[in-house]
Design a binder for this molecule. Structure first.
Ligand code: ADP
Ligand code: MG
Length: 621
């Protein structure tokens, strides 16, 4: 065949191959045009997974009547006039290729009304041939309808995937642009049904919730811009949201990157996000992230690829490091933040000093249910006190099957667990046998004893129990340690980091295995077993904050202080509803504490109202 210049139509169809790969690419180009036109409302409709029809409607500035034909020409654009303009490009489009390419491989109708005009126009094209242009009356804005995509390129049509896949790509592209433009209201209709919409509230978090769901969003932390490392680096702002290590995926497809509002794919920057989780995520797992990168337009070359999905940076290393640092900071900060909601109670620390509740972290993972330990057995005490407890004893749900995350406390097992007559002698009773009557305010346990009523503070009582068990195990050098399954890192301030070094030996003796793993960053590998269902980072931070407040005491006191804090963290909280069985278990243990009347910090664990007092109060005597 002799060399010949291809007919324009054929050339257009070939060129279209670069821009229009599938229905989702059409949607992307049309969305970009609508955004460039300053639209605040955009509606995307697809039928037959976009093969039959794609319609994008916007309320942007519109196209003047006399330019409407030009819009379909190749290299016809209103966004750039000279090559240098690329350095200052504020728009998503600039190549003037999209409409031309789409028109070449479909039946396209473009209807538009410019905001300064009273009347609009419509142009109809088929396979790149203009069939009709006429004036029409429509509201300001533009509607582009693309029917029968690839009707004239059967080879392309064959390469399309299943409807499910093609639809998924469309949903993906619409939701990604919705995230990049939270102030634009977007709606996606699939075969007449709304599948997605964003409110245009301007809040990225709102769109992320719409796209990824509230559950996922709850596991995300906000990425905020950090100051540049050096003054000579270009100003690069990185912001968005990324998941905590607790939530991850087996592939990178949920790492969404945007540069100056443009959706991009960039392996290196994707790697920067993954790299930010180094040692926080198991290999082969990846976060879900929405990362916006904002930098001066001249720092980025967008003219790399016809789909404009790849960009080139003037200072790629600076961008890489900005992304990596910002994401890492967000994740590491979150790892050291409290992971359970502080209870509503005011927690008391030494001498009734009121401790303010820790600020709520951005995400509030559900607190794990704390289980009380039971060291008593049915029949042994129950029948001595009241028969009504026997029914409860039979179905002790927590007693028979401790839930997996819970590890039996470190304390020497009570001989109640052993057959009669075996093991160490029982500790003497320090309180009378108490019968549980009920719970008030999910905080106090009402009990009855031979000498009247006892009101017991469940948190203080449990603290006392744990403290004595812990100290006994410590004295017997029998402390149990729980290895932390999920890596927990702790990022500390300079002062806290210094205290941690100082406390290292004491902490290690008590079962904390903490290793340095970066500047002021530590990894918690093991904790005392009574903390098995508590957030170790949280407890360690609390220990250090206690230390920061007081003078640094002598070694022995440090350990005691740590133990008190550990027990405080491990103890059941006020405000937690307990079952009758749990209350019984708690009371049984308290009855045999050495000092059952006070918590380790000296607060009372119980208030006794004698029969006499009650009678006096009621005017009986
Ligand atoms: P580009 O976006 O690269 O300029 P396109 O082929 O996508 O090229 O669009 C050509 C021109 O048509 C644009 O430059 C713009 O002036 C006009 N245009 C296309 N879509 C719209 C729209 N939705 N609203 C207003 N103008 C539009
Ligand atoms: Mg365009």
């Amino acid at each position: 065949m002799p060399i010949q210049i291809l007919p324009e139509i054929v050339a257009a169809q070939i060129a279209a191959g670069e821009v229009v790969e599938r229905p989702a690419s059409v949607v992307k180009e049309l969305l970009e045009n609508a955004l460039d036109a300053g639209a605040t409302h955009i509606e995307v409709e697809i039928h037959g997974a976009g093969r039959q029809l794609i319609r994008v409607r916007d309320n942007g500035q519109g196209i003047p009547v006399d330019e409407i034909e030009l819009a379909l020409h190749r290299h016809a654009t209103s966004k750039l006039a000279a090559i240098d303009d690329l350095s200052y490009l504020e728009t998503l489009g600039f190549r003037g290729e999209a409409l031309h390419s789409i028109a070449a491989v479909s039946r396209l109708t473009l209807t538009s009304c410019h905001y300064e005009a009273s009347v609009g126009a419509r142009i109809v094209a088929e396979g790149g041939q203009v069939l009709d242009v006429r004036g029409v009356g429509i509201p300001v804005g533009t509607v582009v309808e693309v029917a029968d995509l690839f009707y004239n390129v059967p080879a392309r049509r064959k390469f399309l995937k299943s409807d499910v896949t093609e639809r998924r790509h469309v949903v993906q592209v619409v939701s990604q642009y919705a995230m990049a433009y939270p102030d634009v209201r977007m709606r996606l209709m699939v075969d007449g049904r709304e599948t997605f919409h964003s409110t245009g509230s301007g809040n990225l978090s709102d769109v992320i919730i719409a796209v990824l769901g509230l559950e996922t969003f709850r596991e995300m932390v906000e990425v905020v811009p950090l100051p540049p490392l050096r003054a000579d680096l270009p100003p690069i702002q990185v912001y968005g949201y990324t998941t905590l290590p607790s939530l991850n995926r087996s592939n990178r497809s949920q790492i969404h990157l945007f540069v100056n509002g443009r959706l991009i794919s960039d392996q290196r920057l994707t790697y920067a996000v993954v790299q930010a989780y180094h040692t926080l995520l198991p290999t082969g797992t990846y976060p879900i992230a929405v990362v916006m990168i904002q930098l001066p337009t001249h720092e980025v070359d967008v003219n790399v690829h016809p789909t404009k999905a790849e960009v080139r940076f003037q200072s790629p290393d600076a961008v890489f490091s900005a992304v990596q640092r910002a994401v890492r900071r967000a994740v590491v900060d979150a790892a050291s933040a409290p992971s359970f909601q502080p209870s509503a109670e005011q927690v008391y620390w030494e001498d009734d000093e009121v401790e303010s509740a820790a600020p709520l972290p951005v995400t509030t993972p559900k607190p794990r249910q704390h289980r009380l330990e039971f060291d008593w057995q049915p029949g042994r005490y129950g029948h001595q006190i009241g028969d009504e407890t026997d029914a409860e004893i039979d179905d002790t749900p927590y007693f028979s099957a401790a839930t997996p995350p819970y590890v039996a406390p470190t304390a020497p097992q009570s001989d109640d667990e052993l057959p009669e007559g075996v093991g160490t002698p029982r500790r003497p009773r320090t309180l009378p046998i108490l019968r549980v009557v009920g719970q008030v305010a999910a905080t106090y346990i009402i009990t009855e004893g031979p000498a009247g009523m006892y009101l017991i503070d469940q948190h203080a009582a449990h603290e006392r129990i744990l403290y004595e068990q812990f100290m006994a195990a410590y004295a017997a050098q029998d402390l149990a340690v729980q290895y932390v399954m999920e890596t927990v890192t702790l990022s500390l301030g300079a002062m806290e980091a210094r205290l941690l070094e100082e406390y290292h030996a004491a902490l290690a003796a008590l079962g904390f295995e903490v290793e340095e793993f970066g500047k002021q960053t530590y990894r918690v590998r093991a904790v005392p077993a009574i903390l098995a269902d508590r957030n170790p980072a949280e407890v360690l931070k609390a220990v250090l904050q206690d230390a920061e407040r007081g003078d640094v005491p002598a070694a022995k006191t440090i350990e005691e202080k740590i133990v008190r804090r550990v027990c405080k963290s491990a103890a059941v909280k006020a405000g937690q509803v307990l079952s009758h069985t749990e209350m019984q278990g708690l009371i049984r243990q308290l009855e045999r504490c050495e000092n059952p009347h006070t918590c380790p910090h000296g607060r009372p664990t119980l208030i006794h109202l004698s029969r006499d007092q009650l009678e006096r109060e009621f005017g009986r005597i």
